[in-house]
Design a protein around this ligand. Structure first.
Ligand SMILES: O=C(O)CCc1c[nH]c(Cc2[nH]c(Cc3[nH]c(Cc4[nH]c(CO)c(CC(=O)O)c4CCC(=O)O)c(CC(=O)O)c3CCC(=O)O)c(CC(=O)O)c2CCC(=O)O)c1CC(=O)O
Length: 254
């Protein structure tokens, strides 16, 4: 873990479990996160900052490689009846790989570092002249497309779904503004942006930033850390690997 300052245990009030906001999509990912945080002795505050709107698309079938960057993508292509036709199937990390396998797909490549740039580093030496299909949301990072193109690949992106901010999100921003959060777990760049948008909508953006200066700000990986820092948040914890479990453990136990 890259620990930049304190954990929730340090910032928690002297009595009671640390209060930790979690922003995952409102599906089994949120349930699992809440359950894990409770098991780790925290008081979770679920406040989903992402909702999935399917785009009813499927990956093109003429590629040499197909890249998936989320569990959502794996589930949507399976629902749409996508069948690989000999492509090399790549997953950005273990959760995406597990989701693909659960849907019955074989996974050929998972990078050592679970980020877009980690995937580019893993593929760069073998994709000169290859056709790569990137199947993901409407908010995917340009790092992946640009990096693969720089390695000589012909890259096509298919948007499988849109990510939007759920109506009514932002209760946790008010808690942050009141100084009532001990920690937050940001699981993607868009969760940071949506949290701050929700805070602004409720008129508490500056107070929420002030409140979080005294809390433990955990982010899932360096790309999210860069977004958080650019928005004025001081990041305390980035786990060694981009999984929610590693993030939760790092935020709570250091
Ligand atoms: O910023 C946005 O929200 C839009 C772009 C985007 C970011 N994440 C997703 C898909 C997704 N993943 C998780 C949690 C999670 N992240 C990773 C590794 C990872 N994936 C991406 C983007 O594809 C990045 C950014 C990058 O390098 O470009 C990273 C690095 C970490 C970071 O700092 O963001 C993993 C590992 C894995 O897939 O195996 C995971 C899963 C962790 C786990 O389950 O333990 C989420 C949120 C969540 O799960 O709570 C999301 C968003 C929801 C979704 O799309 O389903 C995107 C969309 C995209 O790639 O198109």
């Amino acid at each position: 873990m890259s620990e930049r300052s304190e954990t929730a245990a340090d910032s928690a009030p002297s009595t009671g479990p640390p209060t930790v906001a979690v922003f995952r999509p409102d599906d089994e990912r949120l349930e699992e996160a809440v359950s894990l945080l409770e098991d780790l002795g925290a008081n979770p505050v679920p406040d989903p900052m992402l909702a999935v709107e399917p785009a009813d698309a499927t990956p093109r079938t003429d590629a040499d490689y197909v890249v998936f960057t989320s569990k959502t993508g794996a589930e949507l292509v399976s629902e749409a009846g996508w069948e690989p036709t000999g492509e090399t199937v790549c997953a950005i990390g273990p959760a995406t790989a597990d989701a693909l396998r659960e849907e019955g797909y074989a996974v050929d490549i998972v990078p050592e570092e679970f980020t877009s740039s980690g995937l580019v580093d893993t593929l760069a030496a073998e994709v000169d002249g290859a056709r790569i299909e990137v199947a993901r949301s409407d908010h995917g990072s340009p790092v992946l497309l640009e990096g693969l193109e720089a390695a000589g690949a012909y890259v096509h992106e298919t948007v499988l779904y849109r990510l939007v901010r759920p109506d009514g999100s932002g209760d946790s921003a008010e808690l942050a503004a009141a100084g009532d959060l001990d920690a937050v777990c940001f699981t993607s760049s868009l969760t940071v942006e949506h949290f701050l948008e929700a805070a602004a909508e409720r008129g508490v953006r500056d107070d929420a930033l002030t409140g979080l200066a005294d809390a433990t700000v955990g982010v899932i990986g360096e790309p999210t850390a860069e977004t958080a820092s650019s928005q004025g948040l001081a990041v305390d914890v980035v786990p060694e690997e981009a999984t929610f479990e590693a993030l939760a453990r790092a935020v709570l136990t250091g």
